[in-house]
Design a protein around this ligand. Structure first.
Ligand code: ATP
Ligand code: MG
Length: 227
């Protein structure tokens, strides 16, 4: 494991303005994540976990503060460089993965690569090896309606690691799952962390994740101001 910081968040705030109301979602977050680390971020509902992951992944811009990922100043990237950064560096795992109902699992997983012009044989090779790695080998020709919730969540993980990102951002990846499937998802994320050497940042209020973390932080402990 390297000890270089792969993510540096410094005094990041985020406010949302809704008509006259101002919602402060993040109030001065400081966080550094080491390369290869498995970090769990805890915090009650509304504490800003999803907002923080979206900002680290370049899906949303901070209102103020600094965000460096692999040395890149994320808020300063233009749209093209930002989508290139997301595609190559970040894998997102969200709760409630949306699969197209009329496409097989394989087609769902390969859709972005297909649009990116990756050849059929290369797509098949990549999907097959990841499906074996993640225990989804026999399910690739199934339609979403023929899959269990746990299998769909594993498919979401497969899609997230498809481009071998160096960072996985997982937002409540076990949110809708029972204990057995939750543990299976956490095991897979740990395996990806250890064997594919990806840094994992996982936001959750599920204590099941604590045992998988190298480090566990609470939102209130990384916020400069409480409000
Ligand atoms: N697009 C938005 N517009 C306005 N307010 C928002 C928006 N997104 C988030 N918020 C507000 O920002 C705060 C933080 O939300 P966030 O979703 O980041 O919390 P969370 O910790 O992920 O919560 P949960 O555990 O319920 O997922 C909340 O008060 C939320 O209502
Ligand atoms: Mg959330």
């Amino acid at each position: 494991m390297g000890c270089m910081s792969t993510i540096v968040v410094a005094n990041v705030t985020k406010t949302y303005k809704k008509k006259k109301e101002v919602v402060r979602a993040l109030s001065g977050i400081d966080l550094t994540v080491d390369e290869g680390e498995f970090l769990v971020i805890k915090g009650e509902s509304g504490s800003g976990k999803s907002t923080l992951l979206s900002i680290i992944g370049g899906l949303e811009a901070p209102t103020s503060g600094q965000v460096l990922v692999n040395g890149e100043d994320i808020p300063k990237l233009n749209d093209n460089r930002l989508s290139a950064f997301r595609g190559s560096t970040i894998g997102f795992v969200f709760q409630g993965f949306h699969l197209h109902p009329y496409l097989t699992l394989r087609q769902n997983i390969e859709l972005p690569a297909m649009f990116a012009g990756v050849s059929l044989s290369e797509r098949y090779k990549n999907t097959d090896s990841l499906a074996v790695f993640l225990g989804l080998g026999k399910r690739l020709s199934h339609l979403p309606s023929e899959l269990s919730g746990g299998q769909i969540q594993r498919a979401a993980i497969l899609r997230a690691v498809y481009n071998r990102p160096s960072i996985i951002l997982a937002d409540e990846p076990t949110g809708n799952l029972d204990k057995k499937n939750s543990l299976a998802v956490l095991e897979l994320l740990k395996k990806i962390n250890q064997e594919l050497k990806a840094t994992v940042v996982l936001a959750t209020h599920d204590s099941l994740a604590d045992g998988y973390a190298d480090r566990c932080l609470a939102m209130k402990d990384i916020s400069r101001h409480e409000d």
